[in-house]
Design a protein around this ligand. Structure first.
Ligand code: NDP
Length: 325
């Protein structure tokens, strides 16, 4: 590993906790499954770590096949990252369908605890750094879901806990319950990017009040906010990939027009559209970290370079608002 890997990354405090996260983190939702090329994953993970990306985000169901991203990451932990466990922040989650029957999804104590045990086994870990409730469960008392997160920390299977895609009210309740249990919610993982600004409708204020950090997933809207779809759908894109999670319906003439306008603003800033979208999200969303995905190492290199220019003029911000309206 490069000895200068910590020199240029920015590390932000995660809410009120003592945990520092890199401004850019890497997620293993796409391109790390059993259907993907292992050497490419290793190359991406190593490139990320060598650029100061210490945080890798997983979930029980990442693949395909579900579970295989954790298995592949576990393999890397024994080889590429052998000896580096204490320099890594590894997260996992449970909430979506993982196995058959009534105990394989949502937010019961039964599901969350057994799912994390399975994740730990797949990754060959004794604990994860952050464990998330991946989605709010309307049919389980929130006290039970949060109680399971608290037990997981007290059992030493996770150091910190977080929630993902909980709305304003659900977040307030979850945080209050966790505070009473003595295991604060340190992080929220919402979808946030230039094309999805739900976070700004009250959630961001609640998170700030409660001292909860924010790590945004899909900060590039799964690749839309890059220069790859400005004219057509390239063959090596998430849309074209059979196991990709982005549908071609996402590409409309209106979106293409917006992306091209944003791209011109980015060019004037001396950045790619991806770079501008990432620093815009960090600044405007007051984020702890943006959780990017990648299909190639060179995308990670490009994205980390975004941090070289994080300042926006008032003029640029209002031009961006005009396009996003
Ligand atoms: P992004 O919005 O960052 O999209 C990543 C994709 O964009 C890449 O796979 C690549 O796709 C393309 N891309 C990235 N950088 C560039 C670049 N510089 N130039 C051109 N194309 C680029 O994030 P993801 O949608 O991948 O999500 C990131 C992470 O967020 C996930 O891995 C997961 O950890 C987390 N997540 C959490 C969810 C939750 O419910 N909590 C839900 C979804 C994600 P291509 O294949 O086209 O090259």
């Amino acid at each position: 590993m490069n000895s200068n890997r910590y020199d240029n990354m920015k590390y932000n405090k995660t809410g009120n906790s003592g945990l520092l996260l890199p401004a850019i983190s890497l997620g293993l939702w796409n391109n790390f499954g059993s259907v993907d090329v292992y050497d490419n994953m290793v190359d991406m993970a190593k490139t990320a770590f060598n650029l100061g990306i210490t945080h890798f985000d997983l979930a029980n169901n990442y693949g395909p096949v579900p579970g295989s991203a954790e298995e592949n990451f576990g393999r890397m932990l024994k080889t590429t990252f052998d000896g580096y466990r204490d320099e890594l922040v590894i997260s996992s989650k449970a909430g979506y369908r993982m196995w058959a029957g009534p105990y394989g999804e949502w937010g019961s104590r039964k599901y969350l605890i057994s799912s994390l045990d399975q994740s730990l086994k797949r990754m060959g870990l004794e604990y994860v750094d952050i464990f998330y409730s991946h989605r709010f469960d309307p049919n389980t008392p929130l006290e039970e879901t949060m109680g399971a997160l608290d037990s997981i920390v007290k059992q030493g299977k996770a150091l910190y806990v977080g929630i993902s895609s909980y709305n304003v009210e659900q977040t307030q309740m979850a945080s209050d319950i966790l505070n009473k249990l003595g295991t604060p919610c340190v992080i929220h993982q919402p979808n946030y990017n230039m094309l999805n600004r739900t976070l700004e409708n009250g959630l961001s204020d609640v998170l700030e009040q409660k001292g909860i950090g924010i790590i945004a997933f899909c900060p590039l809207a799964q690749g839309l906010l890059t220069d790859k779809y400005l004219t057509d759908i390239p063959a090596d894109s998430r849309i074209a990939k059979p196991t990709g999670t982005l549908n071609s319906n996402a590409i409309t003439p209106q979106i293409i027009e917006k992306l091209n306008k944003l791209n011109l603003i980015a060019q004037r800033r001396g950045q790619s559209l991806a770079q501008m979208a990432l620093v815009w999200a960090l600044e405007v969303g007051k984020l702890t970290s943006v959780l990017i995905g990648a299909s190639k190492s060179k995308q990670i290199v490009e994205n980390v370079k975004a941090l070289d220019n994080m300042q926006f003029t008032k003029q640029e911000l209002s031009e961006i608002e005009e396009v996003l309206k």
